[in-house]
Design a protein around this ligand. Structure first.
Ligand code: VGL
Ligand code: ZN
Length: 240
């Protein structure tokens, strides 16, 4: 067996200097199979430019996701789907402003502008998504007194959306997570997917974050610790 030092020596310093590490190791090495599913998280008008909780550069994930989705036989999308006057809205907590926090029975809750209210245009999936084969849309956050960043478990830590059961019944072993926002719904979904026993990849360039009070760095650190793999869309082989 060659160790890393021997491989590097064999490549030679000249060749090594000429090649970027990505060119050596990264090109489209992951092939989604029938036991893989793409989870497209919350690509909804409210999180896109002009939306009430617009994520910076949020629209840039759409073409990346559309292209990547061609590699997947199984695609599930999620929709943040809140009641009017939802507990996560700053507008229902007197004296509170968006991005402040409040202590709720299930823990600390970041407060948001009103967003993704059931049945509104803001809650609709982006019309620019083009994933006709998508098999399931999971709505979440529909209990008035409980938020749900995760597509698997509500913020009380115990109420299931049913997604883990669905994926297991479909014999899915690996999930690839993309969408909005990296540091909230994407990260919480990825962490719960690990807890439910799936192999988990987050596709970094197919996500964008909100980044409030260090949330983006914390999310990546938590995901790394949980064994979530951080990849780029170019790592996924799109042709069959
Ligand atoms: C999200 C904040 C509030 C998300 C949803 O989709 O990441 N963030 N609701
Ligand atoms: Zn929400």
């Amino acid at each position: 067996m060659l160790d890393r030092r021997q491989i590097l020596a064999a490549l030679g310093t000249t060749a090594l200097a000429a090649l970027a590490p990505t060119a050596l190791f990264a090109a489209a090495s992951i092939k989604p199979d029938d036991a893989s599913a793409l989870l497209v998280i919350d690509v909804q008008n409210c999180f896109l430019p002009g939306g009430s909780l617009a994520v910076k550069e949020g629209e840039q994930v759409v073409p990346v996701i559309n292209k990547m989705a061609k590699a997947f036989a199984n695609v599930v999308m999620t929709q943040d789907w809140h009641t009017p006057g939802h507990i996560s809205f700053a507008s229902v907590h007197s004296g509170k402003k968006p991005f402040e926090t409040v202590d709720l029975p299930y823990g600390k809750q970041v407060l948001w502008p009103d967003h993704c209210v059931q049945g509104t245009d803001g809650a609709a999936l982006s019309k620019d998504l083009s994933i006709p084969q998508a098999e399931l849309v999971v709505r979440k956050g529909f209990h008035k007194d409980v938020d749900s960043y995760s597509a698997f478990l509500e913020a009380d830590g115990k109420t299931s959306t049913g997604l883990a059961g669905y994926l297991k019944a479909r014999k899915i072993k690996r999930v690839f997570v993309a969408g909005l926002a990296t540091d909230f719904c994407v990260a919480w979904t990825a962490l719960d997917a690990r807890k439910a026993g799936f192999e988990v990849y987050v596709v970094e360039d197919a996500c964008r974050g909100i980044d409030t009070q260090g949330s983006l760095a914390k999310a990546w650190a938590d995901m790394a610790k949980a064994g979530v793999k951080r990849i780029q869309s170019a790592d996924i082989a799109v042709s069959a």
